[in-house]
Design a protein around this ligand. Sequence first.
Ligand code: BG6
Length: 484
Amino acid sequence: MVSRVIPVEPFDLVIIGGTGDLARRKILPALYQRFVAGQIGKESQIIGAARSEMETESYRSFAAEAIREFTDTDEVKPRKLAAFLKLVSYVTLDAKGEAGWKTLSGMVQENRIRAFYFSVGPSLFGDLAKRLQKYGMAEDDCRIVVEKPFGRDLATAKELNRILARHFDESQIYRIDHYLGKETVQNLMAVRFGNMLFEPLWNSQYVDHIQITVAESVGVGGRGGYYDRAGAMRDMVQNHLMQLFCLIAMEPPAKFEPDSVRDEKLKVIRALEHVKPENIVRGQYDGDGQNPGYRNEVENRDSTTETFVALKAHISNWRWAGTPFYLRTGKRLRDRASEIAVVFKDAPHSIFDEDAGRHHNILTIRLQPNEGIELGVTIKEPGPGGMRLVDVPLDMSFAEVLGPDEADFPDAYERLIMDVIRGNQTLFMRGDEVEAAWAWTDPIIAEWQAAGTEPEPYDPGGSGPEEALFLMHRDGRRWREIKP
Ligand code: BG6
């Protein structure tokens, strides 16, 4: 199978914050990969813009270094890289002042796709938007791209939406949640809505519960400053886990197009019940012989920020009434492993004797790594003995069925940036969606802040605090093992 690459139209993409970490790690390598794949033509322009005084040549060296360091392919070919760098230029730009804006407006071309990637803190969004307009660059079909965190609560998210709405129409705003750009996350929709097999069973009548796990083995690393003010709830649950939650729970959209999909996701978020404190566990990782604990890492001895969250949520709607959704995410856990497990109910009546045991099917969608789908089915245990049953997996690893090249999925940013250029907002969050997610998250955070509780400490390399296990055990259920 060879995937088709459809070239995009020539465009001008301005990366504001072009010397920052995101540009280095994600944006520039993603653009390079799409260029190599033949999706970006030679007429397009990539303009890095930042405060530092720098010549285009130096910025090209910066971009080359970033690409060599963060591109996943075996080697970056010098010729391809040189050809790509010809697209790249640089302008020194002051977001809060006038310097550089006139030069920038002379660089972007008339009558072609124009996108501005705001790869800077949200406090600058207003200034940037104002100046884009003042210097005549914010024409009707220009696009702006903004990153998470989109606010830190409902009030700040509303304020950001208000600022952006003053200058741009919602159809011009691309709010990135990079989980939506992951190939297997999109595959969730293909599995659900491309097969007849699952959808009839996809409801509280047949599903006992759903588990969503996004486990990371890394700690907070050098991002302690940001992370200590955010915590896992704001950093992961409000956005990435929420998106997975929506895709697994939403009604079939009428069409795979932006507002159909986003309307359905929004309905899920709005139907979420408040999560009571007894249904939520917060944890914080300790140190071990090799790695410092969280508090040492962020140099805050009294930090009560959570690096782990497990919670039980309910959706109040016809399809899901009574079905619990267990969500968990954390850092410094056993492995980097993300999956969604749909655990079906036991058969209503067993025709076999007690010895056969009770069994149920589990559909597991492995998001990363080792992307694939596994369906646990019950069969007879082989042998001449009595009728005993055993659960075996129908396991499909995408790498095996699609071939290693096809299953070498492009980075989420490659897909998302190309979607910006194509003008397709399906995989981007709409303003009301982000606000609804905060409206659900805010009271949960407010409640634990009011209670003043500390997160439960947990050992690195495990599956989080014991209390998270009890959250399931007391319902007679258990978490799936964290493994890739
Ligand atoms: C980011 C979070 O949005 O997602 C990080 O801020 C987290 O804390 C990261 O590590 C996880 O992304 P991925 O693609 O590695 O699963």
